[in-house]
Ligand binder design. Structure first.
Ligand code: GLU
Ligand code: ZN
Length: 500
């Protein structure tokens, strides 16, 4: 982008069709129709958290103003697009709960529309055919101040067929992008190249298909990532070429880019950005959407944890900030934990057991015992921030033998106090009643005999029973697990630390 960037705080009070919170949108009048927004991903890779944020903001805007949320798959790039990526988009939106009202439209099925537009632009003299190879352009423009194509073929009069088609950007003047979030951004034409709108095989490029569809679908608001801002002046030029100078342009809103903790733009290579990885880690879709909403937008009161209905009713593009938004996994995890704790136990059991059914876990699927899980879920719910944290907390219930933390075990190797304590526990637990309170009392008595704090005395018993140093409350866990298994595990740990 080469333009002088002039922020205009008043841009939103212009005649643009934006409804502000507290102001009821007058959708029934033709000058201010219900908004039609679209999420227009290109299926060229796995679904990214940035795409999820874009989809969410479009969806929120549509829901806030009783508008229409459209899904359009921009699959014109046949080499990079794959069916599986498209499926990934659909399943991601489904998981997030962002249901679309129209679509999915596939650009690959709309070629005739783009051809028509290309003919119209050609006939009206907005395009010319270019015969240059990439190498020739590079060779000629190496020392140019303005990067990009130099207009070489503009007046050479090549025929349309078999050539790439370029748009004649006016030699002077500028195109101003009015953006709800950024104010006015000017793009002087001298800094813009004559950009390609169709390849030599006749297939349309992104910027052309994108505008043709936005026009055809009556899109009123283009809400998308900041990375697309440089293509917006091109879009506006095409829009005006197709519709005339007084074209009914959409409202543009370019969402701030997402950055990591080093303030670097999120990158597929460097950062964990695949939405799927968050689903696999056990984030809750509602919590995830809540967090995504905060990437650029904030509630007027500053509050951060809120139900989706409240986000919808307060959401406004004017409250979106233009500075980069830090994608903070720690904060997101905290929010997820809050959501988990605020569920009813019944909901938690329902959501988490469904998640666990699909998860990769150390127990075999048929070992998952719903009656046991129902008894322990309440203990777990308080202690996890993501659903994947449940797995190491419950594996000892579902496996014959726990997965021992070898480091923790080796600390006890040959330790006479630990050995005596475990032997005493084995003896007492063999004869006592099998109830949480009794197990607690018995352990407290052992602690007193050894002159230890309860937590100290409990530690080797916990390690024996669960395999780990931390976990859900021990005595409840033991009472659920049953005497036979507990005794067997005490013997197992004794054996390990005596023989090692
Ligand atoms: N298909 C474009 C992309 O995924 C987005 C187009 C748009 O939102 O205007 O980058
Ligand atoms: Zn050329």
């Amino acid at each position: 982008m080469q333009g002088n960037k002039t922020h205009n705080p008043d841009s939103t009070s212009s005649s643009r069709q934006i409804s502000r919170p507290g102001q009821s949108p007058t959708q029934d009048t033709p000058s201010n129709p219900a908004p039609r927004v679209r999420f227009a991903p290109s299926p060229t890779g796995y679904f990214h958290v940035g795409s999820a944020r874009t989809a969410l903001f479009n969806w929120l805007y549509a829901r806030r103003h009783q508008g229409t949320f459209i899904l359009r798959i921009e699959d014109t790039d046949k080499e990079r697009g794959k069916e599986e990526w498209t499926e990934g988009i659909l399943s991601a939106l489904d998981w997030l709960g962002l249901h679309y009202d129209e679509g999915p439209y596939h650009q690959s099925e709309r070629t005739s529309l783009y051809n028509e537009a290309l003919s119209k632009l050609w006939d009206a003299g907005f395009l010319y055919a270019c015969n240059c190879t990439r190498e020739e352009v590079l060779e000629r423009t190496r020392n140019n101040q303005t990067p990009g194509y130099d207009g070489h073929c503009r007046d050479l009069g090549y025929s349309r067929s078999g050539h790439a088609l370029r748009f004649k950007v006016p030699r002077s003047g500028l195109t101003a992008v009015t953006d709800v979030i950024r104010g006015n951004v000017d793009f002087p034409h001298q800094a813009m190249e004559d950009f390609v709108v169709a390849k030599s095989d006749g297939s349309p490029l992104f910027v052309l298909a994108n505008v043709v569809d936005d026009i055809d679908m009556d899109i009123t608001h283009v809400i998308r990532g900041e990375d697309l801002l440089p293509s917006t002046p091109k879009a506006i030029l095409i829009w005006k070429a197709l519709q005339g100078e007084d074209a009914n342009l959409p409202v543009f809103a370019h969402l701030p880019m997402l950055v990591n903790e080093k303030r670097q733009k999120l990158s597929k290579r460097r950062d964990p950005v695949a939405l799927e990885s968050y689903r696999l880690k056990g984030y809750i879709p509602d919590a995830f959407c809540n967090y995504l909403a905060l990437l650029g937008w904030s509630h007027p009161s500053g509050k951060e944890i809120m139900k989706i209905d409240e986000i919808i009713s307060t959401f406004s593009l004017e409250d979106v900030n233009h500075s980069p938004a830090f994608f903070d996994v720690v904060k997101m995890t905290h929010i997820n934990g809050e959501y988990i704790r605020s569920m009813s136990t019944a909901d938690f059991i329902d959501v988490s057991s469904k998640w666990l059914e699909e998860a990769e876990a150390p127990w075999s699927r048929d070992r998952f015992d719903m009656s046991i899980y129902t008894r322990i879920a309440g203990l777990i719910q308080e202690r996890v921030a993501t659903l994947s944290e449940i797995i190491p907390m419950i594996d000892f219930f579902l496996l014959d033998m726990p997965i021992y933390d070898d480091n923790a075990v080796s600390v006890l190797d040959g330790n006479p106090e630990a050995i005596h304590l475990l032997e005493t526990a084995l003896e007492r637990f063999s004869g006592c009643d099998w109830e949480t309170d009794v197990l607690h009392e018995q352990t407290a008595t052992i602690a007193a005999e050894y002159d230890l704090k309860l937590s100290k005395a409990q530690a080797p018993i916990r390690l024996a029973v669960t395999g780990k140093k931390v976990g859900p409350p021990l005595f409840e866990s033991m009472s659920i697990l049953g005497r036979e298994k507990v005794l067997q595990r005490l013997q197992e740990l004794l054996y390990r630390i005596k023989t090692n």
